[in-house]
Design a protein around this ligand. Structure first.
Ligand SMILES: NC(=O)c1ccc[n+]([C@@H]2O[C@H](COP(=O)([O-])OP(=O)(O)OC[C@H]3O[C@@H](n4cnc5c(N)ncnc54)[C@H](OP(=O)(O)O)[C@@H]3O)[C@@H](O)[C@H]2O)c1
Length: 281
């Protein structure tokens, strides 16, 4: 597999950042790039990629993306998407020479925009926290754009993440909380489905029925939630007759402080995100 050392001028020729360089091409970056190509926001030829492993480079090659080495990648796009594992950024940053006006967009958990800007010596860094549903273009991305960021760069970031779902613009001070809800939240819901499946088996349902019913119920709620008038408390109340079956189940969940447990779990995720940020000082 060949890599090209050719690079484009990173300066915004007409004020519009329209080439994307991607450092790290794992699950998330690959989902974002596929989303952008499928919506027509970017062409494959607009995207330059570096990943550490040949396997990831081969995936990028199969999508028709340009493959480059790490150093070339850092100055090959008007926008640079940082999508490597956060623990390796310290090691990589000193090797990268990123033009100061590059529109750096990071999805790395735990690195603040200021920390990244300092390490890369760039003027500003946009931070985004999508979730794994980007793979099916159903993500929600908490997006934090610094106020000094120019309009074209701002618009580029919004379109990039809109290609894989909905974007929620937030101040960076809310990003750790959003991570705890909508990124880590995927795992809480999966744990709930797993528990529901286990309960179904315990109640004597066959394996496939236990799995299907548990997923179907989530899909039903998700579809209801997509309606304008959806309100979780109202829907819950509407299926809870006094002294009925649902009321019996909810009494058990409330006795176990289910809601408080979720709050504590989300707080733990938010605290951990803050700790990771502090470790990068
Ligand atoms: N997945 C999500 O839902 C999600 C949500 C929000 C934020 N994020 C963030 O998105 C980033 C990527 O996550 P992912 O889920 O796509 O992970 P992933 O599939 O494991 O991909 C991680 C990428 O980082 C690269 N990498 C790992 N170790 C490296 C090293 N020592 N030096 C250079 N590159 C290295 C991997 O390279 P090779 O595999 O090529 O070796 C791969 O390209 C992470 O920073 C994560 O915090 C992910």
């Amino acid at each position: 597999m060949s890599t090209s050392s050719q690079h484009q001028n990173p300066a915004f020729s007409d004020g519009t950042p329209n080439t994307l360089a991607v450092l790290g091409f794992g699950k998330l970056a690959s989902a974002i790039v596929r989303g952008c190509i499928s919506t027509g926001f970017l062409k494959a030829s607009d995207v330059v990629v570096w990943a550490r492993s040949d396997a990831r480079m081969a995936q990028a090659h199969a999508l028709g993306l340009k493959l480059v080495d790490m150093k070339t990648c850092a100055h090959s796009g008007n926008a640079l998407l940082l999508s490597i594992k956060p623990q390796f950024f310290s090691e990589l940053a000193p090797q990268l020479s990123v033009p100061a006006n590059t529109n750096v967009i990071s999805v790395m958990a735990g690195w603040t925009s200021e920390q990244i800007a300092t390490r890369l010596n760039v003027t500003h860094v946009i931070r985004a926290m999508p979730n794994v549903a980007a793979e099916v273009q159903a993500a929600v991305t908490a997006l934090s754009i610094p106020k000094e960021c120019a309009a074209p760069a701002r618009e580029f970031a919004q379109k990039l993440f809109s290609s894989v779902g909905r974007v929620e613009l937030l101040h960076e001070s809310h990003l750790n909380a959003a991570t705890a809800i909508s990124s880590s939240g995927i795992a809480y819901l999966c744990l709930f489905i797993e528990a529901l499946e286990r309960a179904a088996l315990q109640l004597g349902l066959p394996n496939d029925v236990a799995k299907n019913l548990s997923i179907d119920v989530l899909q039903g709620v998700a579809k209801s939630a997509s309606t304008v008038a959806f309100d979780a408390a109202t829907l819950r109340a509407s299926v809870t007759s006094p002294n009925g079956t649902t009321a019996a189940a909810l009494a058990v969940l409330n006795a176990g402080e289910f809601s408080q447990l979720i709050t504590r779990a989300a707080q733990a995720a938010k605290d951990r995100a803050a700790e990771l940020g502090q470790a990068n000082q």
